[in-house]
Design a protein around this ligand. Structure first.
Ligand SMILES: NC(=O)c1ccc[n+]([C@@H]2O[C@H](COP(=O)([O-])OP(=O)(O)OC[C@H]3O[C@@H](n4cnc5c(N)ncnc54)[C@H](O)[C@@H]3O)[C@@H](O)[C@H]2O)c1
Length: 366
């Protein structure tokens, strides 16, 4: 018999994104409740549990998967762990919410999708830009014909580099900023245009500021040519000072719209003394700053988790799945290959045996 009541959720991981998931479920509590958290560093999971009143704490996520009442597990661990965790969660008969990027390799993407299908569980890909209210509004207007035929969709995300050390280690992250944030823009442009076939990918990237810390690229520009004539342009940076910047621009033969995720929701502020918190990754709160309010809501995280819980109850059909993550993964491969060869890469592009997408930049396949 179909289950009723709130979906019981377990979170894997207990730091940055885990906090966002826990807070998101707290903000929209009618469909789901977080009942457990699992994370290996002693004390970290307990800290998150205390902050959000989560009753069960584990240091080994496998133990959490043995809890019978948990129906959905969200993965907020480093990228290199997503595939194995997804397989383990699916085999435990629980639905999966996997953070972006889906995984490291296309073989992993295939395995994740196949395993979830075989186990009869949902694989939901946590791309919050599909739920970001401003961006959803832009898509609604485009779908109503506001801009005529859309020929260019731009998305960019920039800051001065990630908060945790594993992002800089390409063995655990798979690549630099293109892997970390380009995945948002690729998914966004594809979704915004109604998921057309992707013809070609062209990409330029470099390590301009953080070469002492990482082999990964800290700035990337990607152009995607879609089958029906539109172009996606995705700019990402870990080299941009001044805090987070996340914007879209939509151009059609009949109109245009611009959306700046943070600035339109910010209070232009000057402070001699500083204050608690301005916006994600802002380096200071002194001088001129642009503090945001309702930050998670403006990103769409609570709406995203709410939707995923409704999918588990059969009230919604997943709007973003492992298939979206797999397409993003293929474009990531093509982008790194393009940056490595200086050429446009036509899709399909599925070289076998790649260990980390960034390897295609450093050693393109012939
Ligand atoms: N959607 C977004 O905008 C967004 C933003 C930030 C991060 N992310 C994604 O979320 C994931 C986590 O990033 P983060 O910023 O939270 O990193 P983080 O370093 O802040 O947290 C990672 C967590 O994973 C846990 N972990 C590590 N190994 C583990 C294991 N074997 N078992 C269980 N837990 C383990 C760590 O203990 C830690 O709690 C990444 O895939 C990242 O790309 C997404």
């Amino acid at each position: 018999m179909a289950k009723k009541g709130k979906v019981k959720v377990g979170i894997i991981g207990s730091r940055f994104e885990a906090d966002i998931h826990a807070e998101s479920f707290r903000l929209m509590p009618d469909e789901a409740e977080v009942v457990a958290v699992a994370s290996p560093t002693p004390g970290n999971a307990a800290k998150l549990a205390e902050k959000y009143d989560i009753p069960r704490v584990f240091t080994d996520y496998q133990e959490m998967l043995r809890e019978k009442d948990i129906e959905m597990v969200t993965i907020t661990a480093p990228n290199a762990l997503h595939a194995q965790m997804t397989v383990d969660i699916a085999k435990a008969g629980k639905h999966v919410v996997c953070e972006k990027p889906l995984c490291m390799t296309l073989e992993e993407a295939d395995l994740m999708i196949d395993t979830c299908e075989r186990q009869g569980v949902l694989l939901m890909y946590a791309e919050e830009l599909f739920f970001t209210p401003k961006y959803v509004k832009a898509k609604e207007m485009a779908d109503q014909g506001a801009f005529g035929k859309v020929y260019l969709v731009k998305q960019s995300e920039k800051h001065f580099g990630p908060h945790a050390e594993w992002f800089w280690d390409v063995d655990r992250s798979g690549g630099g900023v293109f892997m970390d944030m380009g995945c948002h823009g690729i998914a966004f442009c594809h979704w915004f245009l109604g998921r057309p076939h992707i013809k070609n990918v062209y990409c330029q990237m470099g390590t301009y500021v953080h070469g002492d810390k990482t082999e990964g690229e800290d700035n990337s520009i990607c152009v995607i040519e879609f089958a029906e004539g539109a172009v996606g342009m995705i700019e990402d940076s870990w080299a941009r000072r001044g805090g987070m910047d996340d914007c879209i621009e939509i151009y059609g033969d009949g109109g245009v719209t611009y959306a700046d995720l943070h600035m339109g929701n910010a209070l232009p502020t000057f402070s001699e003394h500083g204050y608690g918190y301005a916006v994600e990754k802002a380096p200071t709160t002194k001088g001129w700053t642009y503090p945001v309010f309702e930050e998670l809501w403006n990103y769409g995280f609570p709406q995203e988790m709410h939707h995923f819980a409704r999918c588990v109850r059969g009230k919604d059909e997943p709007e973003v799945t492992g298939e979206d993550g797999r397409i993003v993964q293929e474009v990531l491969y093509a982008g790194y290959q393009s940056a490595g060869t200086g050429r446009k890469i036509p899709l399909p592009f599925r070289p076998k045996g790649v260990k980390r997408p960034i390897d295609l930049w450093q050693n393109p396949v012939t």
